[in-house]
Design a protein around this ligand. Structure first.
Ligand code: FES
Length: 106
């Protein structure tokens, strides 16, 4: 698929930080596994015009697992649970953003 045909692009932070560091990270909240589940769920839902990729730190570490969906710039905090995944997939499929998982941002 060429990039021009993508409708949405979701980035999920999978940054791993040294446990000795003061700041937490998304990887310790199982973000890589969550991204894989989200990809699988999107594929199962037949979504072909959305790309889901891992990203480095999105600088919202304390609110992670961090996800941003472009081009609209919708930010999510996604817990690693099935309800969250299915709500985000509804958004990616063309529905409204999943309000209950919008990231609280300053
Ligand atoms: S480690 Fe995920 S937003 Fe910083």
């Amino acid at each position: 698929m060429t990039q021009e045909k993508l409708r949405l692009h979701a980035f999920i932070c999978t940054n791993q930080r040294d446990p000795e560091k003061a700041r937490e990270c998304c990887a310790e909240k199982n973000s890589l596994n969550l991204m894989r589940k989200l990809k699988r769920a999107a594929r199962t839902a037949g979504i072909t015009d959305v790309r889901i990729n891992k990203s480095g730190c999105l600088d919202n570490c304390e609110q992670g697992i961090s996800c941003v969906v472009y081009p609209d710039g919708i930010w999510y905090t996604i817990p690693d649970d099935e309800n969250a995944i299915s709500r985000i997939v509804e958004h990616l499929a063309g529905g409204e953003p999943a309000e209950e998982y919008l990231m609280a941002r300053e």
